[in-house]
Design a protein around this ligand. Structure first.
Ligand code: ATP
Ligand code: MG
Length: 369
C-alpha cells in the first residue's frame, strides 16, 4: 500500500487562501495513513504572494512543479494590496496562466444543500432541502475563444462580434465525462443548450444524444438554458449532473452556487485531458482543485473563513485524481456530521473559527475510516 504516494502542488495564494488550504492539507495528512496513502505537499507561491516575493504572479518554476505533480491545490489570489496593478502584472493573471498551462477542459462545481444548513439557503426550505447537483462546464471552446472576436468603429457606427465555435470532439469529451460522473451519483444527466436558436447547440444536442446511447443506465434530458435557469431555483432537486458549454456553464454554476447559502461552502475541480480508457471511470484524471470563493480580504487573517469549500475541494481531488473514493466519502460525511453537530463559521450563522471547524471535520473523518 505504501506505493500509493501522491504529489500535490499546494499554492495557498492570498487573503484567506492560506487559512483554508491549511485546514484541507491537515485533513489529508491525517487521513493518509488510514487509507494507506501518502500525500506529499510541495508548496509554491501564486498571485499577490508571488508578486511580493518574486515580482511576478507566477514563475515558470511553479508551472513546471504543477505539471510534475499528481494534482494542484489552490487557495485564492488577489486583494486590495495589488489592485493598482494591470494586465500581466495582476495577481489573477498568474492563475489564468496556470489554468492555461494545465490544459483544463472541464470545470466541476458541485452544490449541496446540507440538511443542517437548509436555513442558510436563500430558497424556501421545502424547495432547497436535499438539493445535490453537479454543474459540469466545458472550458476550452465557445465564445471565450472563438475568432473573430473584435470591436471596431466605422462610418456606420460602433460594432462588435464574438464567435461561438464547438467541435464534435469537444462536445463528446465533456458530455462523456458528465455521464461517467452521473454513474457515481444518481444516474441522471441534464444537457443544457439553446438548440432552438444556436447551431452549436443543435450539434451539442446531437452529440449528447449519441454519447447517451453508450450509457443506457443513465437518463439523459435536454433542456433549454432559459428553462434550466428557472428550474434551478424553482426545483433544484430535479437535477443531478448538468452539463453545458462554456458561457452557459459560467452563468449556471454561479446561479447554482447561491443555493448552498455561502460562497465559503463551495468546492471546484478543473480536469485535464481525456478520461481513462475504461468506460465509466473517472480517476485518475489530473486536476486543479480550488474553493470557489476569492481571497475574501474583508475577513482574512481573522480565523473567520469557512474552510469547507477548500476541504470539499480536496475530497474531489481524492475522488477524481487519486481514485480514493472511500476517503472522499468519509470526508463528505464528516462535513455533514460537523454541520449537524452545530459547528459553523460566521458566514453560515455560527461562531466556530476556521481551525475549529477544520479540526471537527478531521476528527469525524478519521472516525469513519
Ligand atoms: P474574487 O476574489 O474571485 O473576485 P470576490 O471578490 O467576488 O471574488 P470573495 O473574495 O470570495 O469574492 O468574497 C466575497 C464575499 O464572500 C466576502 O464578503 C467574503 O468575506 C465572503 N467569503 C468568501 N469566501 C469566504 C469563506 N471561505 N468564508 C466566509 N466568507 C467568505
Ligand atoms: Mg475579491
Amino acid at each position: 500500500m505504501s506505493d500509493r504516494t501522491f504529489h500535490i502542488l499546494l499554492l495557498p495564494g492570498d487573503g484567506v487562501g492560506p487559512e483554508v488550504t491549511a485546514e484541507a492539507r491537515a485533513l489529508l495528512e491525517a487521513v493518509g495513513p488510514a487509507v494507506g496513502a501518502r500525500f506529499v505537499f510541495n508548496e509554491g507561491l501564486i498571485g499577490g504572494a508571488a508578486i511580493d516575493a518574486y515580482g511576478t504572479p507566477l514563475r515558470d518554476e511553479e508551472i513546471d512543479a504543477a505539471l510534475a505533480s499528481d494534482a494542484v491545490f489552490l487557495g485564492a489570489v488577489g486583494g486590495p494590496a495589488w489592485d493598482n496593478l494591470r494586465g500581466e502584472a495582476r495577481p489573477e493573471s498568474g492563475l489564468l496562466r496556470l489554468r492555461k498551462a494545465l490544459g483544463l477542459f472541464a470545470n466541476l462545481r458541485p452544490v449541496r444543500v446540507f440538511d443542517a444548513l437548509v436555513d442558510a439557503s436563500p430558497l424556501k426550505p421545502q424547495i432547497a432541502r436535499g438539493a445535490d447537483l453537479l454543474v459540469v462546464r466545458e472550458l476550452t471552446g465557445g465564445l471565450y475563444f472563438g475568432r473573430p472576436s473584435e470591436r471596431r468603429t466605422d462610418e456606420a457606427g460602433r460594432r462588435a462580434i464574438d464567435t461561438l465555435p464547438y467541435t464534435d470532439h469537444e462536445i463528446e469529451r465533456i458530455v462523456d465525462l458528465a455521464f461517467r460522473l452521473a454513474r457515481q451519483r444518481r444516474r441522471k444527466v441534464t444537457s443544457i443548450d439553446k438548440a432552438n436558436v444556436l447551431a452549436t447547440s443543435q450539434l451539442w444536442r446531437e452529440v449528447a444524444t449519441e454519447v447517451g446511447e453508450r450509457y443506457p443506465d443513465v437518463t439523459l434530458e435536454h433542456m433549454l438554458v432559459d428553462a434550466g435557469s428557472m428550474r434551478l431555483i424553482a426545483r433544484p432537486r430535479d437535477f443531478d449532473v448538468l452539463v453545458t458549454e462554456n458561457l452557459f456553464g459560467d452563468i449556471l454554476s454561479d446561479e447554482a452556487g447561491v443555493l448552498a447559502g455561502s460562497l465559503g461552502m463551495l468546492p471546484s475541480a478543473s480536469l485535464h485531458g481525456e478520461p481513462p480508457t475504461r468506460p465509466g471511470t473517472v480517476a485518475p484524471m489530473f486536476g486543479l482543485y480550488e474553493p470557489v470563493h476569492g481571497s475574501a480580504p474583508d475577513i482574512a487573517g481573522q480565523g473567520l473563513a469557512n474552510p469547507l469549500g477548500a476541504i470539499l475541494s480536496v475530497s474531489m481531488m481524492l475522488r477524481f485524481s487519486f481514485g480514493l473514493a472511500d476517503a472522499a466519502d468519509a470526508i463528505e460525511a464528516a462535513v455533514e456530521d460537523a454541520l449537524a453537530a452545530g459547528y459553523r463559521t460566521r458566514d453560515i450563522g455560527g461562531t466556530a473559527t476556521t481551525a475549529e471547524l477544520g479540526a471537527q471535520v478531521r476528527e469525524r473523518a478519521l472516525a469513519r475510516l
